[in-house]
Design a protein around this ligand. Structure first.
Ligand code: DGJ
Length: 532
């Protein structure tokens, strides 16, 4: 019942009725926190991303099957430059129109991924007429003088061509998407270079010998040091920082050209370096928004609203470190790609606990039914099930979670192997989460949940009032006042419909006497507490 209620919540009544346009999606920032505002209120992107070659009508049935199984409120899906502009200045909107139309039919929003000049550090999505003209979009040159399969950020012609196409896309969206089915746009995909730290062509070398731009020095607080060329100012980081600045300037200008047509919020995504023990430059993609160059990207590309990590770090210390590095007062935390294993499903709650405004597993359109990707394997178990459970827990209370997040009233935790109890502080109350305790009785030592995939979320919604959901855990509350003991005044299971909580039953007796026990069935509880 809870799960069914939520899908429609992602979609505004006005869009259903095709009425007047809604306010433009945008980011708001307050006290170092962030919200993506959609239909006038904070929105939490509960998304999935398609495989790269799935934005075609022939593959979309499998995509929508996956979206439904996942219970996503948003789909992240590419728009391919090579398809969108098959000939210079001739724009083919059939695919993007099909995406928008079908998204509306499925009551989900879209994050469009502009596969333009960069895709994973290469330029494989450039149209044929660009690829056929290396003068227009040259590849970079490695230190050994050999060409590297990565586009140069120094080509004014490539920048103009990409910006023109992206602007045409945004212009088309503005003209055709008044309900704001598209809520966010990713500009390029994992820009930067593999196999070379920067472009070492003669033209790039000449730029490298120029003084570091004064606006970058000022943004980094280095203005007083007098400046100089890149090597002088940045020493052994100079090659990497030069490439980051150059790529970010390019991507930022493409974004600005798009925003000039239609100012949807925009972001760039990063192929990460190891967040705990990064190797030297050259051992990871160079020039993208990796954690060490976020300040450079912020200065170079102000048209981007967020710099977003693609997290394929299958270890919780690294995963959590990435969250810390990208959740900043000047940067909304958005995780547009996660690996597909069950480990990442638990980390969704770790991301929420750090204020994430959006999250998605990558490559959702695979088994057990529907489309299996070109290189995919069919599986018996639905690989989306762990992610779907998350969205069934949070979906029914999505708007309240997003608002609590923006107002600093949201806490969430994910179980760590060996750490069987976690606490969340709410001033007058402490929410204590334990994993692996029997549902009946107090006093048993927590032993950890069967697969260490417990997780819980608590949102303060009023004085002594909370929304609570969880999986494989117990949540209980302790008052901070000396000598006071907690009493569950009212615990209701239900969900939100059009902004109002609709209870379907009251929990009491065994269901509250020992705390609130969550198993594998997704439920949302509204809890009113007192003391005696
Ligand atoms: C990260 C890229 O951004 C995606 O488009 C895709 O190539 C995945 N890697 C594959 O793991």
């Amino acid at each position: 019942m809870v799960a069914l209620a939520f899908a429609s919540l992602a979609w505004p009544a006005t869009a259903r009725a095709q009425e007047a346009p809604n306010p433009l999606p945008h980011f708001e920032h307050r006290d170092g926190r962030h919200a993506l505002i959609v239909d006038g209120a904070p929105f939490l992107i509960l998304a999935g991303q398609t495989n790269n070659s799935s934005a075609w009508p022939s593959a979309l049935p499998g995509v929508w099957s996956a979206v439904e199984r996942l219970g996503a409120n948003t789909l992240e899906v590419p728009v391919y430059w090579e398809q969108f502009e098959p000939d210079p200045g001739h724009y083919d909107t059939t695919l993007v129109d099909a995406l928008v139309r079908q998204a509306r039919e499925h009551r989900v929003r879209l994050v469009l991924l502009w596969f333009g000049t960069w895709k994973n550090g290469s330029s494989h999505y450039e149209p044929l007429w660009v690829k056929a003209n290396p003068e227009l979009s040259p590849k970079i040159v490695g230190r050994n003088g050999m060409r590297v399969d990565s586009p140069s950020p120094h080509s004014a012609a490539a920048l103009a061509a990409d910006s023109k196409a992206f602007a045409a896309l945004m212009r088309h969206l503005k003209a055709s998407d008044s309900p704001h089915t598209v809520i966010l746009v990713q500009v390029e995909n994992e820009p930067g270079a593999w196999n070379s730290i920067r472009d070492y062509s003669p033209a790039a070398d000449a730029l490298f010998r120029q003084p570091v731009p004064a606006d970058l020095l000022a943004a980094l607080g280095l203005g007083a040091k007098g400046g100089g060329d890149w090597r002088k100012v940045f020493g052994q980081d100079a090659d990497e920082f030069f490439h980051a600045w150059s790529v970010a300037r390019f991507v930022g200008q493409v974004a600005a050209a798009g925003k000039a047509e239609y100012a949807l919020p925009m972001y760039a995504n990063a192929a990460l370096r190891d967040p705990i023990s990064p190797g030297p430059a050259g051992t990871y993609e160079s020039g993208g928004p990796t954690d060490n160059v976020l300040a450079i990207w912020k200065a170079a590309a102000p048209a981007l609203d967020a710099l977003a990590p693609d997290i394929y770090q299958r270890d919780s210390a690294r995963y959590r470190r990435v969250l810390e590095l990208y959740a900043r007062p000047d940067n909304p935390l958005l995780v547009p790609e996660n690996g597909g294993s069950p480990f990442y499903a638990g980390m969704f709650f770790a991301a929420l606990g750090k204020g994430a405004v959006g999250w998605a597993p990558f490559g959702i359109d695979r088994g057990p039914d529907g489309y299996v990707p070109i290189t995919g394997r069919k599986t018996d178990e639905d690989p989306l099930s762990g992610f779907a459970l998350n969205y069934r827990m949070v979906g029914p209370i999505m708007r309240e979670v997003a608002r609590a997040n923006f107002e600093g009233r949201l806490k969430a935790v994910a179980e760590e192997p060996g750490e069987h109890a976690q606490a969340m502080e709410f001033g007058a109350w402490k929410a204590v989460v334990t994993y692996g305790v029997p549902a009946f009785g107090n006093g048993a030592e927590p032993k950890g949940s069967p697969d260490n995939t417990g997780r819980a979320l608590v949102a303060g919604i009023g004085e002594n009032e909370f929304l609570v959901t969880g999986h494989d855990c117990r949540v209980d509350f302790q008052p901070s006042g000396a000598g006071a003991q907690r009493e569950y005044l009212r615990v209701e299971e239900g969900s939100y419909v059009n902004g109002s909580f609709r209870p379907i039953r009251i929990w009491n007796g065994d269901q509250t006497d020992y705390g609130l026990n969550f198993g594998s069935v997704p439920v949302a509880l509204r809890v009113r507490l007192g003391t005696y």
